[in-house]
Design a protein around this ligand. Structure first.
Ligand code: KIV
Length: 274
């Protein structure tokens, strides 16, 4: 890994100040080498609880633990120098009450060195968000499609496509904004609603499957790099790494079987006596 010159890191107020200005560039990161690659290009790196599905093969994010988030947060913080780093609070770590949420968020920040936490938010956790913000923990909200609610919703599906759901998403946005979140992820909502939410809140909105009407964008890095054979409609694939990795591994396997690898240049020899 390369040596870094210390640069000033982007902060929560810097992100908040970007409302309506240059779009905020965000991606997920779970490992030190990937964070090092993403850092020069991104304003914000999210250690998302999607790590449970993307890296650990879990069916949903519900099984993700505090220890998993802390381990991946520490890895990302070892190489991210410039981008703000936000770590997701896992399911069950903040919903029961403000004091428990504060203790868990403080643990995440102390043990990883990250600058903020993210919670799936709405009127139910508004007091918790406010409690944390007032005590020094910057909070990123997450509204619309909330993956940790998958068991209540019966699956992952876009939100706000009828009047009742539209009102619900607006209520989530306003409650999160009033509670003091420094920015709000808006996931899986139609463009009209994303524009309405963005116009209704002070905090910048970060869209994922929520159109270009938001103040910034985030994607799961592994999705946009094409590491899976299926990606949601809203993901643009910027690379086809699954195919490239598959091709590389097939070539390696063929070389090993044909004794083409390792060659003499890749092999140690006895040192000649002086
Ligand atoms: O966990 C995650 O990666 C997220 C993003 C998709 C916003 O919450």
């Amino acid at each position: 890994m390369s040596q870094h010159i210390q640069t000033k890191r982007i902060s929560a107020p810097d992100i908040s100040a970007r409302k309506g200005a240059e779009p905020i560039v965000c991606l997920t990161a779970y490992t030190a080498p990937m964070a090092e690659i993403l850092d020069p290009h991104c304003d914000l790196l999210l250690v998302g609880d999607s790590v449970g599905m993307v890296v650990h093969g879990l069916p949903t994010t519900v099984g993700v633990t505090m220890d998993m988030m802390i381990l991946h947060g520490q890895a990302v913080m070892r190489t991210a120098r410039r981008a703000m780093v936000v770590v997701d609070m896992p399911f069950g770590s903040y919903e029961a009450g403000a004091e428990t949420a504060y203790a868990n968020a403080a643990r995440i920040m102390k043990e990883t060195g990250c600058q903020a936490v993210k919670v799936e938010s709405g009127p139910e956790v508004a007091r918790t968000v406010e409690y944390m913000v007032r005590r020094g923990i910057p909070v990123m909200g997450h509204i619309g499609l909330r993956p940790q609610a998958v068991n209540v919703d019966g699956g992952f599906r876009a939100k706000g496509r009828n009047e009742t759901e539209r009102e619900r998403v607006i209520a989530e946005a306003k409650a999160t904004d009033d509670a003091g979140a420094f920015c709000i992820v808006v996931e899986g909502v139609a463009e009209e609603l994303a524009a309405e939410v963005t116009g209704a809140v002070h905090a910048p909105t970060i869209g994922i499957g929520a159109s270009a009407a938001c103040d910034g964008q985030i994607l799961v890095t592994d999705d946009m790099l094409g590491l899976f054979d299926w990606t949601p409609k809203f993901v643009r694939r910027y690379a086809d790494l699954r195919r490239h990795v598959g091709d590389a591994i097939a070539t390696y396997a063929a070389d090993v079987r044909a004794r083409r690898f390792p060659a003499s240049a890749e092999t140690y020899a006895f040192k000649k006596k002086a």
